[in-house]
Design a binder for this molecule. Structure first.
Ligand SMILES: Cc1cc2nc3c(=O)[nH]c(=O)nc-3n(C[C@H](O)[C@H](O)[C@H](O)COP(=O)(O)OP(=O)(O)OC[C@H]3O[C@@H](n4cnc5c(N)ncnc54)[C@H](O)[C@@H]3O)c2cc1C
Length: 645
């Protein structure tokens, strides 16, 4: 009998395998050869894009320690190369075979493969990735087509990637949707002479939820949900993009199940890549600004109930029954699990919520799941690294396993109450989590977390609240410490100006009443939340981009105009035209002024004792600021029942 059998040797399996190796465990990986998502994209020559997650959330801590120089979005080629390196690293431990059945018993499992081999193992860990129709579409769509109409019945990062390759060739896209949450994935701020990238997933200040979930939401969403109308946002321009949130009863903001689409906004894309567009496109940096496509009528949104006649290949929307040439269905993300039999007899049914934190199944013994929990923003690496540590501790520390498994039902119920409220399971979405909540939950569970009451200086508080909860934050010390983390954190802080901007944002936002906060957030020069204000000025650049894209891809494009489409686009843009009329630039960019002033006030105090600042003995802070700092040391919503010992 072996101790651990990992089924699936792709990206998700790496951190656990690394820990098992490090601690001398007896483990084997059984994995089908060359069949990861990235292998398939590589085989079809489709690694020609960049990731939606920043370098810091896409790579593992133990790689970042040596490779991190500056945050950007990695290319698919670089990401695939990293995975191949790790595959080679564990090749001696890997058996190339397909698992066709797993029988689970009280103290062991039997893993059966296609070739007829069986492995008896004390612990089994599934890391088999997802199967999803849109992955097939990604590899199989003919991107050289031109002057065609595509109907997408799905919207997400993969669909948006496909769209970004179709739009430049004068194809027309209809997205039938029940709403989605698009966000700018980056912006640049001048830092000296160099522009520094600010990646969306690094600016989420996750631990601020412990102060107040409600306030976290209102600050994070930039006033989007405050009154439902905000003429600088995509939602107000294209109401079909609004996703129904009426099922949300959880206190967590965002709740689990939030779908986010991350895209390069055209103004920021231009700033980063405009000087050499062809080189950027050849590397895989594609413009995928869905808001811009909508704004310029290249994409039209249709509500999910818009009638589709599949026999005639038509959809009725924007007042027209329109013929489409191609249909992209999407389909849910479902784990590629082989049949699992409880007691060797009863089929086990996977449902995300039946597994504690998506990792520990309620109904199986010594079986764990890695990689089926996905981030709304950021990369999978953060999640799978922390899941790898959790599973390693469950496997190697029986006392810890008994503690977690002993109260599994209570933990699952408490977790679900917190992240889903009373909403019924939504099987296609339940597995989506806000990554920094998830990583901190696991860190607390396994005892490698940072705590607010440990903060001694203002700098400590800024680190605790404004530095994002990337997995490497939890590798700084404790039983899973990795060499070089202190230095990595120093370099990340340098890149992000110590995250002081985010801390100042939290402070100033918190000093305002909720109704004032919404107004204040709109006086920002530029927001991350699909701010539509900068779009119009970049139409000429869009034409330049399209020409460059066609040159790089050697496209032969039929540029015939389409009067029916133009009329549909005009009708679909009616709300946009009204919103543009209502959009006024603020008299003053008060938001930016306030943050700048706050940063100036806090910078000289960073190494001051926070107790002295709160007590008024140093720093000369006014009472509201002192109260704010005091409450950060003992945040009201810190206790989470599913993490209790
Ligand atoms: C277009 C696209 C873009 C993406 N962009 C990002 C991004 O920007 N950031 C990000 O973090 N993630 C992204 N992802 C998510 C991506 O799925 C992950 O990055 C990651 O590759 C998933 O790793 P995994 O190990 O869970 O699955 P996989 O890499 O698919 O590995 C699973 C392994 O299990 C094996 N296997 C499956 N079933 C069996 C079985 N029964 N028996 C034996 N072996 C089996 C497979 O052969 C494979 O080797 C993207 C995905 C796609 C499709």
């Amino acid at each position: 009998m072996i101790d651990v059998c990992i089924i699936g040797g792709g990206f998700s399996a790496v951190p656990l395998a690394r820990e098992l190796e490090r601690t001398g465990a007896d483990f084997r990986i059984v994995s089908e050869a060359g069949d990861t998502v990235w292998d398939r994209l590589n085989a079809s020559g489709r690694l020609d894009f960049d990731l939606v997650s920043s370098t810091l959330t896409s790579f593992y801590s133990f790689d970042l320690a040596t490779t991190f120089r500056e945050d950007l979005y990695p290319t698919a080629t670089a990401f695939h190369a990293m995975q191949q390196r790790w595959r080679r690293e564990f090749s001696d431990r890997t058996v190339r075979d397909l698992v066709v059945r797993v029988e689970n018993f009280e103290d062991h499992s039997v893993v059966c493969t296609r070739s007829g081999e069986t492995f008896k193992a004390r612990h089994v860990v599934f890391c088999t990735g997802f199967k999803r129709a849109v992955m097939g579409d990604l590899a199989s769509v003919d991107y050289s087509v031109t002057n065609r109409t595509f109907l997408f019945d799905t919207m997400g990062d993969s669909a948006n990637l496909i769209i970004s390759k179709l739009v430049p060739n004068n194809n027309r896209i209809i997205v039938r949707t029940n709403g989605f949450f698009p966000i700018d994935k980056a912006y640049f701020r001048p830092r000296g002479m160099l522009p520094a990238l600010f990646a969306l997933d690094q600016l989420e200040f996750h631990n601020f939820r412990y102060m107040s979930n409600e306030r976290y939401g209102s600050i994070l969403y930039g006033g989007t949900y405050a009154d439902g109308r905000n003429p600088i946002l995509l939602y107000d321009h294209f109401p079909a993009a609004v996703r129904d949130g009426s099922h949300v009863t959880s206190r967590s903001r965002p709740p689990n199940g939030t779908v986010v689409v991350k895209y390069w906004p055209i103004d920021q894309y231009r700033q980063r890549f405009g000087a050499d567009l062809e080189a950027a496109i050849a590397q895989g940096y594609l413009l995928n600004d869905i808001a811009m496509w909508l704004h310029t009528g290249r994409v039209i949104l249709a509500p999910k109930d818009a009638p589709v006649d599949f026999d005639r290949q038509t959809i009725t929307c924007a007042g027209v029954e329109r013929r489409f040439d191609h249909y992209v269905r999407g389909g849910p993300e479902e784990p590629r699990l082989p049949p699992v039999l409880i007691g060797g007899v009863t089929p086990w049914r996977y449902r995300y919520r039946d597994n504690f934190m998506g990792v520990v199944p309620r109904d199986l013994n010594n079986v764990y799941l890695i990689g089926y929990t996905r981030p709304s923003s950021g990369g999978l690496a953060n999640i799978t690294e922390m899941q790898g540590l959790l599973v390693h501790k469950l496997i190697t520390r029986p006392d810890f396993r008994r503690r977690v498994a002993g109260r599994l039902d209570d933990r699952i119920a408490a977790y679900d109450a917190h992240y889903y409220g009373t909403a019924e399971p939504r099987e296609h979405y339940d597995h989506l989590v806000h990554y920094g909540f998830y990583t901190d939950d696991i860190a607390r569970l396994i005892g490698v977390d940072h705590r607010p009451d440990q903060c001694r200086t203002l700098r400590d508080l800024v680190f605790y609240y404004a530095f994002p909860n990337d997995a490497f934050k939890y590798r700084l010390r404790g039983e899973y410490a990795v060499d070089g983390m202190g230095d990595l954190i120093r370099r990340v802080n340098e890149h992000y100006l110590g995250f002081l901007m985010m801390f100042a944002y939290l402070l100033d936002g918190s000093l305002l009443a909720p109704e004032e906060r919404g107004v204040w957030l709109r006086t920002a020069r530029r927001t991350f939340i699909n701010d539509m204000r900068p779009k119009e000025a970049h139409r000429p650049f869009l034409d330049r981009y399209v020409e460059a894209y066609r040159r790089v891809t050697n496209a032969r494009v039929d540029d015939t105009t389409d009067d029916e489409w133009e009329a549909m686009a005009r009708r679909a843009g009616a709300d946009r035209d009204r919103a543009v009329r209502d959009t006024r630039a603020p008299d003053r960019f008060r938001f930016d002024e306030d943050i700048g002033r706050e940063m100036g006030r806090l910078t000289p105090l960073l190494d001051a004792d926070v107790g002295a600042l709160v007590g008024g003995g140093a720093g000369g802070l006014d009472e509201p600021r002192r109260e704010f700092l005091a409450s950060l040391l003992d945040p009201p919503e810190y206790d989470l029942p599913y993490l209790r010992p």
